[in-house]
Design a protein around this ligand. Sequence first.
Ligand SMILES: COc1ccc(S(=O)(=O)N2Cc3cc(C#N)ccc3N(Cc3cncn3C)C[C@H]2Cc2ccccc2)cc1
Ligand SMILES: [Zn+2]
Length: 328
Amino acid sequence: LVNGSSSTLDPLAPELLMDLHVKYIQALDTKKNDLEYWLTEHLRVNGIYWGITALQILGHPEALDQEQIVEYLVKCQHENGGFGGHIDHDTHILSTLSAVQVLITYDRLDAINVDKVVDYVVSLQNEDGSFSGDSWGETDTRFIFCAINCLSLLKRLDDKRLDLPKTIDYIVRCRNFDGGFGSSPGGESHAAQVYVCVGTLTILNALHHIDADQLGWWLSERQLKNGGLNGRPEKLEDVCYSWWVLSSLSMMRRVHWIDAPKLTLFILEAQDTETGGIADRPGNLPDVFHTNFGIAGLSLLGYPGLVAVDPVYCMPRHVIQRIGLDKH
Ligand SMILES: COc1ccc(S(=O)(=O)N2Cc3cc(C#N)ccc3N(Cc3cncn3C)C[C@H]2Cc2ccccc2)cc1
Ligand SMILES: [Zn+2]
């Protein structure tokens, strides 16, 4: 009952409309007459990572043209080694990580200059151990995770230019009295920041800096009566927190501290049964971001028929195993 899909509790419960979600993702790149398609141009590379990863977990890697996607991503790499959100957009650590994640998922790192990617990421590290998102210098624990995650995927954490002990110190400075983490020292605890800080410490084998019972309790407190999870106390439930909270609990071996059947039901009720796709909560419009993190969350909950996902990298577990990172 704990890990089964919701139908073990309630025969009328919705099920995951897998084929409809595959069609929703395939249709994303065809809406070229929608204003939204062009407004989200800056998100294109991130959107490809969200779409590809959802298709991988659904077991349909063939649903998009991999060669065409690789050719597009190659065009997004700048001479500084970073990737922009779209061709000729400024480079950013978020789109650089997304591009690397897709290329590794496709086993096509041969298509890009990996050494230049490493140079770009290393160039974003600051004196205090944090990382900036781009050359404008804005720092956020999210960017530290993107940098460490990317270097780990490229097997380049041993780069002599890095000061990893300082990065760990910076993350620890972002820990709050409630056991959670914020986007910078003194920042309020937020589930997405907990994920990026627990993920960074997991990759750097420094989880001993975390009080797993205290943080596990704060995370389990994110679950509301409707089964959904919020990001902070008093906030509304949102499907993407299924990923930020569950993956953090999974890294701390405490996924069972959440009511899995009730969360499963919440995610399934956020599906759009007409168009496919998953919204941030039931009744809202779906988007590729929440579709990916809803499906990834269901995979962590053991929903039947889904490919296993790695809680640290949010990539298929078999891909992480292929590159030998499944030691944690
Ligand atoms: C719809 O208004 C927005 C607002 C912001 C953004 S964003 O800054 O690019 N970004 C990615 C994102 C993508 C989509 C999709 N498709 C939808 C939302 C969303 N959010 C906003 C969000 C999600 N849950 C509640 N909120 C308000 C997260 C945000 C930050 C983020 C970026 C990368 C990785 C993780 C998180 C995009 C659209
Ligand atoms: Zn959300």
